[in-house]
Design a protein around this ligand. Structure first.
Ligand SMILES: [Zn+2]
Length: 182
């Protein structure tokens, strides 16, 4: 949607520039040839111009369209740079999240999915945080005898979904924060 809007804006701008330039060249032409502006304007509508004027108009058109497309490609590359910076800010192999109420520590990695355009979680490992160092859990349970989490039966898939929802939420909030900051 944003890209479509930018495209139409740049089209309107280039059309506007062309119209203004047209008027300027007509004015200049009327000054050089000492013809009244009105006659030149009439000539322009009926295309009664010498060949060199038509060539100049075509060259001007080519110049303007190349300048506009150059400016557009520049704005696209700044979008790509922004996305790269954003991905860098999110992807890491050292994410941690602690559920203090149940003494659960999650360690995981976040990578970016080019297909969905969103970050995702992998390498999730659950640790019982009631010990020092935290003990890795097996099948959702802590293996330490008499630990409260011995039969915790934590659903790794649910934890992953929760953590991923959180990261996607932060991914979406990131743009708002950047806009506020700039
Ligand atoms: Zn434990």
């Amino acid at each position: 949607m944003k890209k479509v809007l930018l495209d139409s804006i740049s089209q309107v701008i280039s059309a506007g520039i062309l119209v203004i330039l047209g008027f300027i060249s007509m004015f200049t032409y009327s000054q050089i040839t000492d013809k009244p502006f009105k006659t030149v304007f009439k000539d322009s509508i009926t295309f009664q111009f010498p060949t060199y004027v038509i060539i100049l108009i075509i060259l001007g058109f080519i110049l303007i369209t190349s300048v506009v497309s150059y400016l557009r490609s520049n704005s696209v590359s700044s979008e790509v740079k922004y996305l790269k910076r954003k991905i860098k800010a999110f992807t890491s192999d050292d994410y941690r999240f602690t559920y203090n109420d149940i003494g659960l520590l999650c360690r995981y990695s976040v990578s970016y999915n080019n297909y969905t355009g969103k970050p995702f979680i992998h390498n999730l490992k659950l640790y019982c945080n009631k010990h020092t160092p935290p003990m890795e859990m097996f099948d959702g349970d802590c293996n330490v005898n008499r630990c409260d989490n011995r039969n915790a039966d934590i659903n790794e898939f649910s934890v992953q979904r929760h953590l991923e929802s959180d990261i996607i939420h932060r991914w979406e909030e990131y743009d708002k924060k950047q806009k506020k900051g700039s």
